[in-house]
Design a protein around this ligand. Structure first.
Ligand SMILES: NC(=O)CC[C@H](N)C(=O)O
Length: 390
């Protein structure tokens, strides 16, 4: 609902054409709503109804363009506090319709102005259902979007030549240059589903493979003093910092290509409590001896049901991954703790003997529901239980 005092930002008219081509030969024309130029990579669809800014700024989308299945996008604009990193990481955006107005007291800019300022190539006015169906039926497809090339044969050739994320270590490209301490809690005016921790604080070293800010905020909110370290920091360096626990973040690209991180995780297990999210979960699983594989079209959305086998509870979760741990390759010391109820793929695991657990989805949400926010508390309690047992 808007009142006269609710600011309204208006998008500029979009008359310039843009073209989208997929490697399967589909070419569609729409209107450019972002930067001029060309962008390419793997195209994934995200089914979340809100959260376009968090999606575009999530470093896990490096190497991927995003089709949003929700048909009207941009209606609440862009707000500084909704950034999940310092910049846009998704290669491109594909939507059905850009809202001509942004109506939101928190907004500082319209989506299209922000896309242009951030250099993101984006297209509206295309049949996103048709594109999503193509990805669902044929699996992940490489794409190109161009504001300069209208020749179908040339566009399809560019889509076929696009670089997919397979075999690519992108975590080392998106990580921070140096370590730093992260101190902010939730900036958003929306309340958290968990209480802010008031007692004694624990020390957490967080590996940045492309960490989303809401994960770091969630750790601080749950009572951790957080030091973020670059992706290639060795386990020895991390252990020398004497943390109470280590966190492995989400991130882009193919987990099996992050060999340095798998090596570090292998050395950390058994020496310190470890919690991993998404890419962090995949890296931890690889370190324990399991294998990862590419999914047909992945999980990118904000309403995936997951069953937590340790509690029997079902949570609605936020997800964003194209690779998954192959449960048939899990060694005996890896215990499956969570399943995605849409396709019964592995959604979480713990170590049989050591204080180590991880989830394939996003308890920090942003976007998405807060059902799983308690997992940060589980990390805290796992550390304290281990201290007591010693
Ligand atoms: N959000 C993430 O951490 C994604 C992990 C990995 N890049 C994948 O696509 O599966």
């Amino acid at each position: 609902m808007t009142s006269d005092s609710t600011p309204r930002l208006t998008s500029s008219p979009h008359d310039a054409p843009a073209w989208l081509a997929l490697e399967n030969g589909l070419v569609v024309q729409g209107r450019s709503i972002g930067a001029d130029g060309e962008a390419s990579g793997d195209l994934v669809f995200n089914t979340a109804m809100t959260g376009y800014q968090e999606i575009l700024t999530d470093p896990s989308y490096a190497g991927q363009g995003v089709v949003l299945t929700y048909p009207l996008i941009g209606n609440y604009g862009i707000a500084d506090e909704d950034m999940e990193s310092g910049r846009a990481w998704a290669e491109a955006l594909v939507i059905k319709e850009l809202s001509s107005i942004s109506s939101n007291h928190r907004a500082t800019e319209t989506l299209d102005a922000w896309l242009r300022r951030r250099g993101v190539v984006a297209i509206e006015g295309v049949d996103t259902r048709r594109i999503t169906k193509a990805i669902r039926e044929e699996g992940s497809l490489r794409f190109v979007i161009s504001t300069t090339d209208s020749d179908p044969a040339s566009l399809v050739a560019k889509a076929k030549a696009a670089v997919s994320t397979d075999g690519r270590d992108l975590a080392s490209e998106v990580t921070c240059a140096e370590s730093y301490s992260w101190t902010s809690q939730f900036e958003s005016s929306f309340p958290s589903t968990t209480e802010r921790w008031q007692g004694e604080r624990l020390k957490c070293v967080a590996y940045d493979f492309g960490a989303k800010r809401n994960i770091l905020r969630s750790l601080v909110h749950t009572g951790f003093d957080v030091t973020v370290v670059p992706a290639k920091t060795s386990a020895a360096e991390v252990l020398a910092m004497n943390p109470d626990g280590v966190f492995l973040s989400n991130g882009p690209g193919d987990p099996s290509a992050c060999t340095y991180a798998v090596e570090a995780a292998r050395e950390l297990v058994g020496k310190t409590p470890v919690f991993g999210i998404c890419l962090g979960h995949q890296i931890l699983s690889l370190a324990l001896g399991a294998k990862t594989k590419k999914m047909a079209f992945g999980h990118h959305g904000a309403n995936h049901p997951v069953r937590d086998e340790t509690t029997g509870r079902i949570e609605i979760t936020s997800q964003n991954h194209s690779y998954v741990v192959d449960e048939s390759t899990m060694p005996a010391e890896m215990v499956a703790t969570h399943w995605n109820l849409n396709d019964m793929s592995l959604a979480g695991m713990k170590h049989r003997d050591h204080p180590v657990f991880s989830v394939q989805y996003h308890p920090e949400a942003a976007p998405g529901p807060g059902d799983s926010a308690h997992l940060f508390t589980r990390f805290r309690e796992m550390i304290l239980a281990q201290v007591e047992a010693q």
